[in-house]
Design a protein around this ligand. Structure first.
Ligand code: ADP
Ligand code: MG
Length: 705
């Protein structure tokens, strides 16, 4: 009794094999499928593109004498001695000498059971795989994989290199390998579609997709392990190229979609601009003028501006944003300016009130409740407020703009892509969307910016206002804390002000704040003549503001702070900063923190305190900060040392989830990848969607416009 309604509705069954759900594979039920999903594997094809992290060579047995410290390999030998030794971290350990004739190696097991102990006795022949290391002048393997060799029974080695995959809870190497093998096997009948045209691949001599995939999952024994580990094998290079291409295309599409949208053109008359600039307390730098021109040029167009403005800490981005706001206000439209913290929002609000009639500016943050909030919402809704400054509170449902034409997002590295899109939706009236200006002080090297933000135009403030002196930076071990205290006392006695930044090992904000409180108390005891203030993330907004205010007015000499002061605090008289445990922070963050001093005309200093011993890497990192004050140079180094994932933050882009490409390592491909993207857009547009889907999955991580 079959009615059409009771038929299984496996919609994926009529799709090509590669697009079907992993559940079509043997051994994959809903529970395994759910686990695979955690690895981003939904469809059959995703398994093929789940490329190995590294490889092991189990294709041949190597002599023990060929092993070096840190090298891995398969060895064979006979146990010549076994001993259980007591003591050490696990209470007891099992030690076996394994000899292959010319050389002997020690096998060390910290954990073992009775049957292992009974098996691993003198005279037994073993084959082992593991990593060799030198310990107390002897070569050893700790917990190697092993199997017993029996006379007359052949023990074949692996025919190809063994891939090692990223795994997750409940999905182990063996399962991944067998599933991938299942798919590779089916590929003999089915063909994996090529989306990159032959003419694009030809100049590089890349292997075809199917061949590349086979090689990467099962490199033949003659493949150079070294080449593979460096990701320089032609099969890897081909995949890297294709992945970068997919990302580039996805961003280009995003950009094209934006360009098809409409926006209200905003123009600013020369007269109005001149009047505004004449009222400023300073002359604009030429870098600021260039960027302002770029922005005004964009704003005058009937399609939305999508521009990223990068400028080092203190380069004067706020006044640039004010020009954009001026263009909006001049056209009787509204501008929204969003900051990541309340402190920063306050700071922006006070800047804008200096530059615009204060009654046309409104600040909306999470602390606005009840009647006050209601009145502010009315002002926003009626466009009585032309300039609206706020925090995340601007995203809330009940915030309705009247004619929002410009969105400025300050310090955008603190926000996710989705937030920036949500605010933009607020302006979606009459099928027009607001112009967007995104500002960041995290100086990202240009090449990275072009890839990570290829959907945006890009401006840079490449010079600081004149008269700024670089902050002289020293690196000092914790043991010399007393000298640092003396220095703080001396500076404050001379009328200067100082910050003391506590960074804590603990992740928890509560603990960080406790530590800052304790440090403030200790510093007050050590420096009884000073007024020590405190600011941390657990204080309410009033307390924070009053701390900053007392510091600004000079009532506090030394402000103890957590990293909450990273953005937004602008006290020009502060000229000394001490950062504790500096070795634990990223370079970009240290640079941001350091940017809180050096804002006045005085020579400023930054003391980076570290706890010894300092690793070689940390020493190098801190030295970079001591030697350079240019945020871009620092960012470039940071990127080289830490990789884009950590530098940009995982919320920012999909780049970190790349399967095989690494935007720093593979930067040299970017120009050719751009050319290939344009070629595809022009000549093979039908391949773009499936190519993006193949590499970026359903998510299209950059968001949808
Ligand atoms: P950031 O780029 O870090 O946001 P700000 O916009 O906060 O920098 O500017 C830092 C400081 O420099 C502010 O006190 C601002 O008034 C000042 N400033 C901005 N532009 C100039 C300029 N052209 N000349 C002198 N000072 C300037
Ligand atoms: Mg700023």
């Amino acid at each position: 009794m079959t009615s059409p309604a009771s038929k299984p509705t496996d919609s994926s069954a009529d799709q090509p094999f590669e697009h079907q759900s992993v559940e079509v594979l043997k051994g994959v039920g809903p529970s395994v499928a759910a686990k695979l999903e955690k690895l981003g594997i939904h469809r059959v094809q995703d398994l093929l593109f789940h490329l190995p992290l590294r490889y092991e060579d189990r294709t041949r047995v190597v002599p023990i004498s060929s092993l070096k410290h840190g090298s891995q390999g398969v060895i064979e030998g006979t146990i010549t001695r076994t001993e259980v030794r007591y003591g050490g971290r696990s209470g007891r350990s099992l030690l076996c000498d394994l000899s292959d004739g010319p050389a002997t190696l020690l096998l060390r097991f910290f954990y073992f059971n009775a049957s292992q102990q009974a098996n691993l006795v003198e005279g037994v022949r073993l084959r082992c795989y593991g990593e060799a290391r030198f310990h107390r002048h002897r070569l050893e393997m700790v917990h190697p994989e092993y199997r017993r060799l029996l006379d007359g029974q052949p023990a074949p080695v692996e025919e190809t290199m063994t891939p090692v995959y990223a795994k997750t809870e409940g999905v182990h190497q063996t399962l991944l390998r067998s599933l991938i093998d299942q798919v590779l096997h089916r590929l003999d009948i089915e063909q994996l579609r090529e989306y990159v045209p032959a003419e694009t691949l030809a100049p590089y001599g890349f292997p075809g997709l199917q061949q590349a995939i086979r090689v990467l999952h099962h490199p033949p024994p003659e493949t150079s392990l070294n080449l593979l580990q460096q990701c320089e094998h032609p099969a890897q290079q081909r995949m890297i190229f294709e992945e970068l291409l997919a990302h580039q295309l996805s961003l280009m599409q995003l950009r094209q979609r934006v360009q098809k949208q409409r926006a209200v053109p905003l123009s600013l008359t020369a007269k109005r601009r001149k009047a505004f600039e004449q009222a400023l307390a300073f002359e604009l730098t030429s870098a600021q003028r260039v960027v302002i021109d770029e922005i005004l040029n964009d704003l005058a167009k009937p399609s939305p501006m999508m521009r990223l403005l990068q400028g080092d800490v203190g380069s004067g981005k706020t006044v640039v944003a004010a020009h954009a706001a001026l263009a909006a206000v001049s056209g009787d439209k509204q501008a929204a300016i969003m900051a990541p913290t309340e402190i920063l929002a306050e700071q922006l609000y006070s800047n804008f009130c200096d530059w615009f009639p204060p009654e046309s500016c409104v600040m909306l943050t999470g602390k606005d409740k009840g009647g006050i909030r209601g009145r502010k919402l009315d002002a926003i809704g009626s466009a009585e407020a032309h300039i609206v400054i706020g925090t995340h509170a601007l995203f809330q449902q009940d915030v309705e703009f009247n004619r929002l034409a410009l969105v400025v997002i300050d310090e955008q590295h603190r926000f996710g892509v989705h937030q920036r899109l949500a605010l933009k939706d607020k302006g979606q009236t009459d099928a027009c969307i607001p112009h967007q200006l995104i500002m960041t002080a995290t100086p990202i090297p240009r090449s990275l910016a072009m890839t990570a933000y290829a959907d945006l135009d890009y401006s840079v403030l490449d010079a600081l206002p004149s008269g700024r002196k670089p902050v002289s930076t020293v690196v000092v071990p914790e043991q010399r804390r007393q000298e640092v205290l003396d220095r703080v006392a001396k500076a404050c006695a001379a009328g200067e002000q100082a910050y003391w930044v506590c960074t804590l090992v603990e992740e928890s904000e509560a603990l960080q704040c406790q530590a800052a409180e304790a440090t403030a108390a200790a510093l007050q005891r050590a420096l009884p003549n000073l007024n020590v203030g405190l600011i941390h993330g657990r204080m309410n907004q009033e307390q924070k503001n009053s701390s900053v205010e007392r510091f600004r007015q000079g009532a506090v000499n030394l402000l103890v702070a957590t990293t909450v002061i990273e953005v937004g605090v602008d006290v020009p008289n502060a000229s000394l900063m001490v950062i504790e445990n500096a070795e634990r922070l990223g370079l970009a963050q240290l640079h941001q923190l350091r940017g809180r001093v050096g804002r006045g005309t005085r020579q400023s200093a930054c003391v980076l305190l570290y706890s010894s011993p300092l690793s070689e890497r940390s020493r190098q990192r801190l030295a970079i900060l001591r030697e350079t004050s240019n945020g871009f140079a620092i960012a470039q180094k940071d990127l080289e040392m830490r990789g884009p994932g950590e530098v940009l933050g995982t919320r920012q882009t999909g780049l970190m989830q790349m399967h095989i490409a690494d935007i720093v390592r593979d930067e040299h491909w970017l120009t050719e990848v751009s050319a290939a993207s344009r070629h595809l857009l022009q000549n093979h547009p039908e391949n773009i969607r499936p190519l993006i889907r193949r590499w970026l999955g359903h998510a299209e991580r950059y968001g949808v416009v």
